[in-house]
Each structure stands twice: as structure tokens, then as C-alpha cells.
Design a protein around this ligand. Structure first.
Ligand code: PFF
Length: 447
């Protein structure tokens, strides 16, 4: 049976952008920007995205497209069967861990979409009502479990259908929708009285805030946002036609991811400031502050529905990319049918996710390193496993693959002259700059 693949350039692009654009853009980026020096942080973020992250993205692209195989087989075959294949296996396990807890948050967005459809965010006098609403929900046993199950089920159903008919079709419809919703909310939000304070918070450059920690935060965020070190880009790239231009596809994904993050900031922060609130990061921003804001603003009920729909779509286009990594492995290496691979992986992620979900309620007494089980998985994967995955990937491409093979893949056999001219710089970045930079943030994160 021939291998499934993306049917078009646009399809491959929106699927990759879909993987990249997710909760990271909507709930972390805007806050990080405001906290760390506004436009000054954005400049650093853009530089790091293009100097460090783009070469890593391209490295993953080269591995995937050259091998046209799942991540395990890609490392195994391209390295001539050496121990590098275990790195491949590592990049398959990491997204499964992330998917398990990502699905819990995906479940919360399902719940909040339903809440917004029933217009539950009415004008309350204080934000504390929404704080209690959120903590009561996440610390209960069944409601978040049901929501997690629903989210994971939808993710699995899309992946079961396949690359062209499932992942690609879904992304082709949902990514433009997501874009229009976020742009519409941004326009609306910026017209609210007092919105300019939010824009100041986002864009006022303050170079004194650019510390080592801010740079490490920018790089960590860029990694997570571009889905690097997870085997995802590699796996999606293995379904991309040999005719496509790796440089174009990679840069276009990075630019869309950045644009989404900035527009998300312009959608959220002006509204938060217009109502005199302080921004938070993560769940607090999306599930406590924003419902309060929606309760106050004119037509907030409709904006809430659109926002939580966008959140759900963004989470889904990311979660399907995480699941596909392991599905490709089981189907190609272990000869599972696609359906059966999806069922088994659903079960595994459901159990791990359920433990994460319960760690806000019945299992909240179990502490690892001061946090609950959910925090443990989140920290482990986004601070350690992801960085390690990216480091090993660039080392593999820069030091194990033959330079001529990387050149061949990057330039489509020498036919793309612009890529050929860029190759020298790219090779230098992959071989020296990226590994050193990753090692530096890895170490600074441990300090
Ligand atoms: N890039 C996604 C986000 O910003 O939310 C998260 C993500 C997706 C991480 C896919 C890893 C991955 F494999």
C-alpha cells in the first residue's frame, strides 16, 4: 500500500501551521511579551525564531522528507541503523506525554465553549466568581475527565481518517476560520475604550527588561510554539512532496506562527486592560480573566463563543500533530492498522491524561518537586525533553548526516538556486550556533 501524503502545498502548510499555532500562542505569548519588555522582547523573539529555531525546523524537515518515514525509522535509516534510532523513539514518546496533558486543557476549552454557548459569563461584580468557577471545575472528578475524553476522541477520529482526508482537510477548513476569528476579535478589542493601555503593555519597548532570563524565556517559547523537538514536524515533513521547497514551507510556518501570536496578543490584551484588569499567563488568563472581560463587554457573549471556539480549534490542530507521530510509528514499524494504532494510543493518552486531570482534584496531594502531576509533566516535557529532542536533532543533521545529503534535500537536488546560496549559512547555524544556543538555555534553565 502506498504511503499517505499531503495532497497540496497549501494543505501541508496549514497542517504545519496548525501544529505550531496552539495554546502557546494564545495564552503564553501575549503575557510573556508584556512581562519582558514589549517590543524589545518581540525583536529578540523574532531574531531567535529565525536564527535558532528556523534551522532546527529545517533540520527536522530534512530528516522527515529525506526518509519519507516515521521518526524512528527516519533516524535508523538515515544513520545506517546505528543507536541514533533511539533518538527517533525518544521523539515519538515526547509528543505522547505532551498530548496527554494537552488534551486535559483541550477538554477545558470544550467545557468553556459549552459554557459560553449557554451564556454563562454574565457581568459579575468581581473576577473571583470566575476564579471559583474554574477551580471548582478543574478540581472536580468527572466533568474535566469527560471533557478530556471528548477532546481526545475528536483528535483521534481526525487522525484515524488519515493524512490527506483527515489532518489536511481539517486544517484547511479550520486554520482560515481560526485566523478570521482571531483577527475579528482583535479588531473589536482594539476599538474598546481604554484599549490603548493593552497595546502599550504589548508593544512599548523596554530594553532594560532584556535579561538572560528573558532571552531564555523567548527561546523556550519559540521552541514550544514551533513544535520543535517533538518529532511532529519531522513526521509531517515525511508526508510532503519532494517537489516542495523546504525553505519556503519552513519560513512560511514560522511567519504564520509569529503572526498568530501577535494577533492573539492584540485580541486579548487591549480587552483585558480596557476593563482595568491585570494580565496573567496560562489558564488564569484564559479561564478566569477573559470570562470576566466577556461578561463586561458589549456583545461579550458572542465574543466568548468565538474565542473559545478559536481556542478549541487551535488546540485540536496541534493535538492531531502530536498523535500522528506515534501512529506513523505503530503503523509502519509494528504493522498496526491505522485504526488499531489510534485506538491503542487513545487508551494510553487517556490514562496518562486522566491522571493529570485528577491531579487538580482527588490526586492533588501527590506532589512532585512542589507541583502536582500535571505540572510535573508540563515542566518535564517543555523544559527538558523538548530541548533535548531539539539538541539531538540538530546534532544528528549537523554531525551525523552527510553534508551533501543535507544540501541535496534542502535544494531539491541543486535545482533551487536561492536555497543553494543560503546553504552555507544554514549549515553553519545547524552545526555550531544551534547546538551551543540550545545547550546554553538548557543549562540556564537548570540553574
Ligand atoms: N505548538 C503548539 C502550541 O504552541 O501550543 C504546541 C505543540 C504542538 C507542541 C505540537 C508540540 C507539538 F508536537
Amino acid at each position: 500500500m502506498s504511503r499517505d501524503s499531503f495532497g497540496s502545498r497549501f494543505g501541508a502548510l496549514v497542517a504545519m501551521a496548525g501544529s505550531a499555532v496552539g495554546l502557546g500562542n494564545l495564552w503564553r505569548f501575549p503575557y510573556l511579551v508584556g512581562e519582558n519588555g514589549g517590543a524589545a522582547f518581540i525583536i529578540i523573539y523574532i531574531l531567535l525564531s529565525f536564527i535558532i529555531c528556523l534551522p532546527i525546523f529545517i533540520s527536522e524537515f530534512v530528516i522527515g522528507r529525506r526518509s519519507q518515514k516515521n521518526a524512528f525509522a527516519a533516524f535508523r535509516d538515515l544513520s545506517g541503523g546505528s543507536a541514533w534510532r533511539w533518538v527517533g523513539l525518544f521523539t515519538i514518546i515526547v509528543p505522547l506525554v505532551v498530548l496527554s496533558y494537552y488534551s486535559v486543557i483541550g477538554g477545558w476549552s470544550v467545557e468553556y465553549l459549552l459554557k459560553s454557548v449557554s451564556f454563562s459569563f454574565t457581568g459579575e461584580a468581581s473576577q473571583s466568581v470566575f476564579h471559583s468557577m474554574f477551580t471548582d471545575f478543574v478540581s472536580s472528578t468527572w466533568a474535566p475527565l469527560i471533557a478530556h475524553t471528548a477532546f481526545l476522541l475528536v483528535t483521534t477520529l481526525i487522525v484515524i481518517v488519515g493524512i490527506k482526508d483527515g489532518i489536511e482537510k481539517f486544517s484547511k477548513v479550520m486554520m482560515p476560520l481560526l485566523f478570521f476569528i482571531v483577527v475579528a476579535i482583535a479588531i473589536y478589542s482594539m476599538t474598546l475604550p481604554g484599549a490603548s493601555a493593552g497595546l502599550d503593555y504589548l508593544f512599548n519597548p523596554d530594553f532594560s527588561k532584556i535579561t538572560g532570563k528573558a532571552i531564555a524565556a523567548a527561546l523556550g517559547q519559540a521552541f514550544f510554539s514551533l513544535s520543535l523537538g517533538f518529532g511532529t514536524i519531522m513526521t509531517y515533513a515525511s508526508y510532503v512532496s519532494k517537489k516542495e521547497n523546504i525553505m519556503f514551507q519552513s519560513a512560511a510556518t514560522a511567519v504564520s506562527d509569529l503572526m498568530f501570536a501577535l494577533i492573539a496578543g492584540m485580541a486579548i490584551m487591549p480587552a483585558v486592560f480596557a476593563f482595568g484588569l491585570n494580565p496573567q499567563s496560562g489558564p488564569g488568563l484564559v479561564f478566569e480573566t477573559l470570562p470576566f472581560v466577556f461578561g463586561q463587554m458589549p456583545a461579550g457573549g458572542v465574543v466568548a463563543i468565538l474565542f473559545f471556539l478559536a481556542l478549541l480549534v487551535a488546540a485540536l490542530t496541534s493535538s492531531i500533530s502530536m498523535l500522528e507521530v506515534a501512529v506513523a510509528y505503530l503503523v509502519e514499524e509494528k504493522k498496526f492498522s491505522r485504526l488499531w494504532a489510534c485506538v491503542v494510543l487513545f487508551a494510553v493518552c487517556w490514562v496518562v491524561g486522566a491522571i493529570c486531570s485528577l491531579s487538580f482534584g482527588p490526586l492533588s496531594d501527590i506532589k512532585i518537586d512542589g507541583g502536582n502531576i500535571f505540572d510535573f509533566f508540563d515542566n518535564l516535557s517543555s523544559n527538558i525533553l523538548m530541548t533535548l529532542g531539539s539538541l539531538l536533532t540538530v546534532l544528528f543533521v549537523g554531525w551525523r548526516l552527510k553534508k551533501t545529503d543535507v544540501y541535496d534535500e534542502f535544494t531539491n537536488g541543486g535545482t533551487l538556486s536561492r536555497n543553494a546560496r543560503l546553504f552555507g549559512v544554514l549549515w553553519f547555524l545547524i552545526r555550531y550556533v544551534c547546538p551551543l544556543a540550545i545547550a546554553a538555555i538548557f543549562i540556564s534553565g537548570l540553574l
